[in-house]
Design a binder for this molecule. Structure first.
Ligand code: PXP
Length: 244
C-alpha cells in the first residue's frame, strides 16, 4: 500500500506570520490523521521559521500515527531527535536563505560524516531516510552509510510541470522512475515528495517501488478552499487511483 505522510509545516507558517497561537499544527495533524494520513511529517528548521520545538513536543504526545521528523544533519537536531526518538528521521539539506528545501542532500561527498551522524539514530530505533535527488551516486552512497530509506526529491519534476516545460518534466520523471527501481534493487525503501499537487501526483504514485509520499504545501493551501480533511481525502483518492 502507498502511504500518505501529511506535512503540516505550513500551518505553522501561517501561525508564525502573526506570532499568534493559532492555527495550531498539532490540531491540523490530528485532523489529518482522521482524514486518513498514514503519518505526519514536520521539519524543524534551524531558524524555526515554521515548526517550533514545542510543536514537536506536542506532536510526539498527540499523534497515534508515526512522526517523520525532518532535520538537517546538525548536532542540535541530532540531540532533539535522540530525545524524542520519532518513528522516522529524514535528513535534509538546509540553507537559511532558501525558501524551501531546494535540492537533495549531498551524500556521496559527505559519506563518512553522515555515516557517523546516522548511526546513533539507528541505534535508538529511528528509521533513517535521506532526501536525495534521483542520482545513482547519491543513492549508492545513502545505501553504504546505512540509511534504510531514501526519499526522492520530486521538486524539479513539479517545477518543470508548473512552468510548462513538459519535455524536461518527462525527462525528470524518467530519472525518478529509473532511480526508484535502482534504489529498490539495493534493498532501500523508497519514498518521494516535494511540490506534489493533484496534477502532478499521479505518475509518482504509480511507481510500484514508492511506498510513501510526503505532501504538505499544496494540501495546506488547498485546505483554505476545501477544508483540510476533504483536501487530504482527495489526494488519497488520486493516489489510490494511480496505484490501481
Ligand atoms: N519531503 C521532504 C523531505 C521535504 O523537505 C518536504 C518539504 O518540507 C516535503 C516532502 C513536502 O514538500 P511540499 O510541502 O512541497 O509538499
Amino acid at each position: 500500500m502507498l502511504r500518505l505522510g501529511v506535512n503540516i509545516d505550513h500551518v505553522a507558517t501561517v501561525r508564525n506570520a502573526r506570532g499568534s497561537a493559532y492555527p495550531d499544527p498539532v490540531r491540523a495533524a490530528k485532523l489529518a490523521e482522521e482524514a486518513g494520513a498514514d503519518g505526519i511529517t514536520a521539519h524543524l528548521r534551524e531558524d524555526r521559521r515554521h515548526i517550533e520545538d514545542a510543536d514537536i513536543d506536542g506532536l510526539m504526545e498527540a499523534l497515534t500515527v508515526p512522526l517523520n521528523f525532518e532535520m538537517a544533519a546538525t548536532d542540535e537536531m541530532l540531540a532533539i531527535a535522540l530525545r524524542h526518538k520519532p518513528h522516522a528521521v529524514c535528513i535534509v539539506p538546509e540553507k537559511r536563505e532558501e525558501r524551501t528545501t531546494e535540492g537533495g542532500l549531498e551524500v556521496a561527498r559527505e559519506e563518512n560524516k553522515l555515516a557517523h551522524f546516522i548511526a546513533p539514530l539507528r541505534e535508538v530505533g529511528c528509521r533513517v531516510s535521506i532526501f536525495i535527488a534521483a542520482d545513482q551516486a547519491q543513492i549508492e552512497a545513502a545505501n553504504r552509510i546505512g540509511a534504510q530509506v531514501i526519499e526522492l526529491h520530486t521538486g524539479a519534476y513539479c517545477d518543470f510541470h508548473a512552468e510548462g516545460r513538459f519535455d524536461e518534466r518527462d525527462a525528470e520523471l524518467a530519472r525518478l522512475t529509473e532511480m526508484a527501481t535502482f534504489a529498490h534493487s539495493l534493498g532501500l525503501e523508497v519514498h518521494a515528495g516535494h511540490g506534489l499537487t493533484y496534477e502532478t501526483v499521479t505518475p509518482i504514485a504509480a511507481l510500484p517501488e514508492v511506498m510513501e509520499l510526503n505532501i504538505g504545501h499544496f494540501l495546506i493551501g488547498e485546505s483554505i478552499f476545501l477544508g483540510l480533511e476533504p483536501a487530504i481525502k482527495e489526494m488519497r483518492r488520486i493516489m489510490d487511483e494511480a496505484r490501481a
